[in-house]
Every structure is written in C-alpha cells, then in structure tokens.
Design a binder for this molecule. Structure first.
Ligand SMILES: *[C@@H]1O[C@H](CO)[C@@H](O)[C@H](O)[C@H]1NC(C)=O
Ligand SMILES: *[C@@H]1O[C@H](CO)[C@@H](O)[C@H](O)[C@H]1NC(C)=O
Ligand SMILES: *[C@@H]1O[C@H](CO)[C@@H](O)[C@H](O)[C@H]1NC(C)=O
Ligand SMILES: *[C@@H]1O[C@H](CO)[C@@H](O)[C@H](O)[C@H]1NC(C)=O
Length: 188
C-alpha cells in the first residue's frame, strides 16, 4: 500500500481519538515524521468474544445467503454482519473492553471455514478509540484458529500481528458461541 493511500485511510478513520492520539491529518503527518526515531513494540491482548446468533438480543445477523446455502453441509454462502461485545472474562456480564464489528461468511464447501473481516473497536483505558483489523480464515471446528491482524488505528497505527481464537463455549440450541482471543501485535 503506498503512503498516500495509507494516509487517506487514516484521514477517514471515524473512531474517536484515542487518549493522547490525535486523528487530524497534521497530527498523523507529525506521527509519521517521528517514526524514524521510534522503536516497534509488542502488545498482547486477551478477551472473550460473544457471538449470539439467536434470541431477543442477537449480536450477529445473517444478511445474505446463496441459493444452495440451506442444502450445504457447511452453509456455504451464508454471510452475517456482527457487532459483538468483547469482555475481560468469559461471562457476558464481565467488563466490556470493546466490540468486534464486521462480517463473517461461510467460504468453504468442504468444512466450516469462515472468512472473517472484523474490526476490533476498543473502548477500554489506553486503547479507547483505537482499532485493530482482522482478515483471515476461521475453521471453527479446529481447537485453535490463527488469523492475521492486518492493520490498526490510533495507538495501533501500522499494526500487524496474529490473533488466535479458541472456542470457550458453543451451544447450537441457544445460538451462543463464546470465543477466547489472544492477540499479539507489533506496532509503534
Ligand atoms: C442457483 O442460482 C443459479 C444462478 O441463478 C442457477 O443457475 C442455479 O440453478 C440455482 N441453483 C439452485 C439449486 O436453485
Ligand atoms: C454474571 O453472570 C453469572 C452467570 O452467567 C452470574 O453467576 C453472576 O452472578 C453474574 N454477575 C453479575 C455481577 O451480575
Ligand atoms: C472513551 O472515549 C470516549 C470518547 O472520547 C469517552 O466518551 C469515553 O468516556 C472513554 N471511555 C473510557 C473508558 O475512557
Ligand atoms: C444450550 O442452550 C439451551 C437453550 O438456552 C439450554 O436449554 C441448554 O441447557 C444449553 N446447553 C448447555 C450444554 O449449556
């Protein structure tokens, strides 16, 4: 991605400014100039993701499907839009640190293999207003799934890293999945 495109993306970032991080174009320019003195650091995050596909207060809604989805053993072609709470502990009533907003769709004919395109939008503490973008493949029947973090905003500008997901609870009847995420990112 060339620097012009990157800057344009940052100019259009809509999330609130993180503490100490201004999102205006001049501040972004100054931030880039300061990078030659900056050292990359590693940040590790841990949270639980709550996917509720049924009931009164769903966090993910199916928005499209193909004409073979209902007959497909992998629900191929099903696409959902989600705004899911991220919490410190596995209980939905534990402290919320952000939301996962985006889409996931069934993209494999042979096994459950989701295409995940999500933004983690953080609201807690020093990460308030900063985001990380995840784009990857999620074979949900596997114990551990690894997905790339392809970028970020706010304190996570120019981030890249890895998210590992592990199902903590899955109940087909209630449509509830709780997934434990460990995210490790390199950023400035
Ligand atoms: C699905 O739609 C395609 C394109 O319109 C059509 O060719 C195909 O026959 C349809 N398949 C089924 C199972 O309805
Ligand atoms: C949170 O939920 C759990 C069960 O889901 C319950 O045992 C606990 O009392 C709840 N805590 C609060 C503070 O509501
Ligand atoms: C996060 O930022 C928003 C907007 O700047 C502010 O209203 C909110 O109180 C902040 N939350 C925390 C936990 O700092
Ligand atoms: C799954 O959810 C259903 C409906 O809420 C509930 O009756 C059932 O006890 C749950 N199963 C487990 C193993 O928690």
């Amino acid at each position: 991605m060339d620097i012009f495109v990157l800057l344009c993306l940052m100019f259009t970032a809509t999330s609130a400014a993180a503490r100490g991080v201004a999102f205006d174009p001049k501040a972004v320019d100054q931030w880039f100039e300061s990078l030659s003195y900056a050292k990359e650091r590693v940040t590790k995050l841990h949270f639980y993701f709550h996917d509720i596909a049924k009931g009164k207060n769903p966090t993910a809604l199916q928005i499209a499907q193909s004409n073979i989805t209902s007959k497909s053993s992998t629900s191929f072609g099903s696409l959902s839009m989600a705004d899911e709470p991220l919490t410190v502990g596995p209980e939905l009533n534990s402290t919320i640190v952000g939301h996962a907003q985006g889409m996931y769709g069934s993209a494999s004919f042979s096994e459950i293999g989701l295409l995940m395109a999500l933004n983690f939008v953080f609201t807690g503490g020093e990460y308030n207003g900063s985001t990380l973008s995840l784009l990857g493949r999620n074979p949900t029947s596997k114990e551990y799934r690894e997905m790339p973090i392809v970028g970020g905003s706010g304190v996570f500008r120019l981030a890249r890293g890895v998210a590992t997901a592990k199902t903590y609870l899955f109940n087909v009847t209630s449509g509830i999945a709780i997934v434990e995420y460990h995210v490790t990112v390199l950023h400035y």
